[in-house]
Design a protein around this ligand. Structure first.
Ligand SMILES: Cc1ncc(COP(=O)(O)O)c(C=O)c1O
Length: 406
């Protein structure tokens, strides 16, 4: 790997321009000091001062294939030279092939894909499909969740990013999903946690009125809110409840999909088939912005004779589609999903456990594939969190110190 010749002055210039003109996500703009990135390859990126960094978070948990994979870059370049853009109403070779490849990875009877620009609008459109298909309005989602930044997606989100944005959508109801290490149900085993979480969910459904609920939206493995792997039969139980009450099960696979957990989709670990599957991130490792919804044949049929009232100028953009085709084919050829499983079993799992053996601050290590979290505690016995939920300022100082050290 050749990293670019250091040029700290250029780095300073880029940061100064950024601070003058770029408005950043989720931030008070005044306090920002972004790291200028000069280049990247594989698992590494580097700055203008010549420092190389291991990209341990894969940017925003999306560069599953690694940086600058030559086959994906070549596919985008080839497509740019041939047909750089085309409106969504036309048929297009790479778009059709991308949709075919994605459907092939999904459960049987999921043959259609609606392409979006990213994950949030995938959720947005999945919910719209569920509402139109069922003729119902309400949508259930978990408190510990993140579903994106559009009106519906951020209202479905359980984490504090919802609070300042909440006027978005009526009819969203939150429930508690399973979290064995910090059980909201006072359970003492994974099995009990799943049973009680399912009982709670069924009560929420009954009290909200099953005939009013269009969809349950759930990350198959909760990502940003703490890499929460559902206990063995939870998703199967949720699938059963959804079917029992005629509710659409929407799996949010935006972060957990395309190899992150050592399977193409995280729900594959649990033998369930959602009705709608929202994807983005790993589908093309973010080389071109894209997301989408994989649609069950039954829901797709709703829109055979009835207009689907939704669309995007860039739905199925050819540069995104070409990058998806190259990404999926390359991930298959190189066994990247299997590799994620192996890295989890042989490297990350044992390595993180070894860290936990040495550091009392680690209360629990959990994860699989290349999707892991350390639950940090003040005290292992009481499991008191290292900093309180949504801590800020002085209360959050231990996390600032830890992240700084990392
Ligand atoms: C589970 C999940 N859903 C949806 C989203 C939103 O995706 P995007 O940022 O592409 O809109 C994210 C983003 O992190 C996510 O983690």
């Amino acid at each position: 790997m050749t990293i670019s010749t250091p040029d700290p002055a250029r780095g300073d210039e880029i940061v100064a321009l950024d601070r003058t003109h770029v408005f950043h996500s989720w931030s008070a703009q005044g306090a920002l000091s972004p790291l200028p990135i000069a280049g990247a390859e594989g698992s590494y990126f580097w700055d203008y001062a010549g420092n190389r960094y291991l990209d341990f978070s894969s940017q925003l948990v999306n560069v599953n294939i690694g940086h600058q994979h030559p086959k994906v870059i070549a596919a985008i370049q080839e497509q740019a030279g041939r047909l750089a853009t085309v409106a969504p109403q036309h048929a297009n070779d790479v778009r059709s092939e991308a949709a075919r490849l994605i459907s092939e990875l999904a459960p049987p009877a999921h043959n259609k894909v609606f392409f979006t620009n990213g994950g949030a609008d995938a959720i947005e459109n999945a919910v719209r499909m569920a509402r139109l298909h069922t003729g119902r309005h309400k949508v259930l989602s978990a408190y510990r969740s993140y579903h994106g930044n559009t009106a519906t997606a951020v209202t479905l989100t359980g984490d504090p990013r919802r609070w300042p944005n909440e006027a978005g959508m009526a009819g969203v109801v939150h429930f508690f999903g399973p979290y064995p290490y910090r059980s909201p149900f006072w359970s003492t085993s994974d099995e009990q946690e799943a049973d009680r979480a399912l009982e709670h969910l069924e009560q929420v459904i009954q009290f909200e009125g099953p005939q009013t609920i269009a969809a349950i939206v759930l990350e198959s493995v909760v990502g940003t809110a703490g890499v929460l792997i559902p206990p063995a039969h939870y998703l199967a139980g949720l699938r059963e409840l959804a079917s029992k009450y005629g509710i659409i099960y929407v799996a949010d696979e935006v972060m957990s999909g395309f190899g992150r957990t050592g399977e193409w989709f995280a729900f594959n670990h649990f033998g369930v088939e959602p009705d709608l599957i929202a994807f983005a991130k790993g589908v093309n490792s973010g080389y071109v912005p894209v997301g989408g919804v994989i649609i069950s044949d039954e829901i797709a049929a709703t829109f055979d004779d009835r207009v689907f009232p939704g669309g995007l100028t860039y739905s199925g953009h050819p540069l995104a589609a070409a990058s998806i085709v190259a990404t999926i084919n390359t991930m298959r050829e190189e066994g990247i999903v299997e590799n994620a499983k192996t890295v989890g079993e042989r490297v990350l799992g044992p390595g993180l456990q070894e860290l936990a053996d040495r550091h009392q601050v680690i209360g629990e290590v959990r994860g699989f594939g290349v999707f892991w979290a350390l639950d940090l505690v003040k005290d292992r016995q009481t499991r008191e969190m290292l900093v309180p939920y949504n801590a800020a300022g002085a209360a959050n100082a231990p996390m600032v110190e830890l992240v700084g050290a990392c």
